[in-house]
Design a protein around this ligand. Structure first.
Ligand code: FAD
Length: 110
């Protein structure tokens, strides 16, 4: 057991849109805020080059996979969500950075 101690006013669980904005607003009001995030902090060079690299793409800790993309299966719905510093917006931004829509539109005749 760690003997580290923390003194904080608020603990925010998750660093996605909801958690990060909540933490920011609380910090702006002068509170001491701790953000707990279970996913990794991803740098561009660590991102998997292909979706076949399951261990770096999917979040399945029981299998040792600690990627940024989680799937949760319920009876009537499957939920896709992010598991990383930045939460689901980390996935949206990464997809946005790779998209080719602008080039496609630019080459489409008017
Ligand atoms: C593929 C994809 C593309 C998307 N594209 C867009 C887009 O272009 N534009 C847009 O507006 N929205 C987009 N979204 C939706 C958007 O990402 C979500 O609506 C938003 O991220 C939800 O924010 P949130 O804070 O509720 O949850 P999340 O962003 O999911 O954050 C929750 C965080 O909590 C962490 N967490 C969960 N449980 C624990 C725990 N027990 N301990 C510690 N940490 C924990 C998770 O790891 C995660 O990082 C996209 C979503 C996906 C999956």
């Amino acid at each position: 057991m760690s003997d580290l101690t923390y003194d904080t006013d608020f603990v925010v669980i998750g660093s996605g849109f909801g958690g990060s904005v909540s933490a920011l607003r609380l910090a702006e009001k002068g509170y001491r805020v701790t953000v707990l995030e279970q996913g990794r902090h991803w740098l561009p060079e660590a991102l998997p080059a292909t979706n076949w690299d399951f261990a770096r793409w999917l979040w399945r800790p029981a299998l040792g996979w600690r990627g940024f993309f989680a799937l949760r299966f319920f009876r009537h719905v499957v939920v896709l969500h992010g598991n990383a510093v930045g939460g689901g917006c980390m996935i949206g931004c990464r997809i946005g950075a790779e998209n080719t829509l602008d080039r496609t539109w630019a080459s489409t005749p008017a």
